[in-house]
Design a protein around this ligand. Structure first.
Ligand SMILES: [Zn+2]
Length: 162
C-alpha cells in the first residue's frame, strides 16, 4: 500500500532526478546551471502542472528567496533555451520537460488538462511534419516550436464518470 510518506519521498526523488538531468543538459550545452536557475527549475519541476513566472516568484519568496521579476524571467529564458522547461502559450506558464528536447530528435506535443492543470507530453513529430508539409505547399515557412492541445486527462475523465 502506498502511504502519503512514500508518495512524498517518491516525488522528492523525481524532482531530484529532474534537477540532475537538467544540470547534465546545461553542462552538455556549455551553459551555466546557476544557483538561481536551479531554484527556479526546482519550483517548476516539483509540480506536474504549469506555473506562471509570478507563482515561481511567490513560492521562492515564501522560502526566503526574494527576487526581482526580471531575474526570474532571465532564469526562465535560460531554462527554455536549454530545453529543460517548456512554455504553454495559452496560459503563459511553464512546465518541466519530462523528455528534454534533442534526446531523440522528435518534437513533443503538449497535452494540457483543463480540469487538474497537469501537463503531459507525447510524441508530436507526425503533427509537426504535417504542419510543415501543408505550410510549404502554401509557399509558407512555418515557425512551429510546439503543439499544444487542451482537454481532459485520463484521471479527470475517470472522475467525471463516478
Ligand atoms: Zn486532469
Amino acid at each position: 500500500m502506498p502511504t502519503a510518506a512514500n508518495e512524498e519521498a517518491r516525488a522528492k526523488d523525481r524532482v531530484k532526478a529532474s534537477i540532475e538531468q537538467a544540470e547534465q543538459i546545461f553542462t552538455e550545452k556549455n551553459l551555466r546551471f546557476t544557483e538561481l536557475r536551479r531554484k527556479v527549475f526546482e519550483e517548476i519541476a516539483s509540480t506536474q502542472e504549469s506555473v506562471g513566472a509570478y507563482e515561481v516568484l511567490d513560492r521562492l519568496a515564501r522560502k526566503g528567496t526574494r527576487l526581482a521579476p526580471i531575474s526570474v524571467y532571465r532564469a526562465l529564458d535560460a531554462l527554455l533555451e536549454a530545453g529543460v522547461v517548456h512554455r504553454l502559450e495559452s496560459k503563459n506558464a511553464y512546465f518541466a520537460s519530462r523528455r528534454p528536447q534533442g534526446r531523440n530528435g522528435r518534437r513533443p506535443m503538449f497535452l494540457s488538462c483543463e480540469q487538474c492543470g497537469h501537463v503531459f507530453e507525447t510524441d508530436g513529430e507526425d503533427i509537426f511534419v504535417a504542419i510543415d508539409t501543408a505550410a510549404h505547399e502554401a509557399k509558407f515557412t512555418p515557425r512551429v516550436k510546439f503543439v499544444e492541445v487542451s482537454g481532459t486527462c485520463q484521471a479527470c475523465a475517470g472522475r467525471a464518470k463516478d
